[in-house]
Write a protein of this length. Sequence first.
Length: 397
Amino acid sequence: MRYRIMALLLLACNCAWAQATLKKLDGSVISTAGIDEAVNRLMQNAGVQGLGLAVLNNNKPVFVKAYGFKNKPAQAPMDTATIVYGASLSKAVFGYLVMKLAEQKVIDLDKPLHQYLGKPISAYAYFADLDKDERWKRITARMCLSHTTGLANVRWFDPTQAKPAYDSLAPLKIYFTPGTKYAYSGEGFKLLQFVIEEITHKNIDALATELVFRPLHMNRTGYIWHDDFGDSNVAVGHFDNGDIDIKRKRSKPVAGGSLVTTIADYTRFTEQVMQQKGLSKKSYRELFGAQIAIHSKTQFPPITQETTTANDAIRLSYGLGWGVLHCPYGKAVFKEGNGESWRNYNIDFIDKGIAIIILANSESGESIFQELAETLTGDTCIPWQWEGYIPYQDIKK
């Protein structure tokens, strides 16, 4: 009990790990004081209200700290145990979970998903719109995790439009032959979640709790709200216009986007994958392997005919839940998480043992990602333009 109390106190401590300097990709260093200065300056300049930050060196956490407010109007400070909305960081965790299930022979990455079901996919209500397009017979778990199903990101928004209008009657469609190209797809993750829950008779929160969260002591993380999280240390989101965004407490998990977590918990998960523990070496090769090359001009809109060779030099591609690229410093894997006023970013330079995690509860959060990432790691080849991140200095022009 004493050790558990000490651990909880450490989690809640709004302070950095006790390492004076942190290593960058090129071998140079930055001090913790330098990090504090950069973060506070960027948050003030861009209007970011709250932020959790973690840095790993040698595959271990060396800096975990919270800045600003979990609720600015209430003047309530953020700490490292504050629960935030992870948005699409959900997909990276789900990729890891699916690989655990693949190792247990629960699912085969390349077996067509419909073969696990008692009825055709189109016979299930959510997927009924696919009844006249039998290309659903081709879709596999690998395609879902690598965003190659041909399904939209969110069915209610036209994936071919940069700023699509909401359409509550939008049909679920397959926009291209599954497996032939990359196009970001939350609907593909929903399909794989549905099949896994049909196979296991458990929802993915229960599976993730059993296979990921509990073993890694991620006690304040879930795909749904857990009563033992409590209500006292939960962040709200902050819109640029001053409005507050209170996330609802989900009772149904969404593999592609319902994750809630803390900077301390997500650091534990990142440490696990950086050290390549919990899965076999073969599974990690699949997880972080280039499943599909990416030639789209932008990440969003996800389905476009425009192509580019601008990212060929970094071999931009997608693995199983993570984006993949190659810098002069070796392979890196990354995942974003964007949900209205919640903006998150994680990149893991696997070959260098360096990773950063940024969790912001402000709509303007992503406008500081590039400068903060480059301050912490040095020059990178992160495809900021492809990801659609505009620095705050350019937004105000």
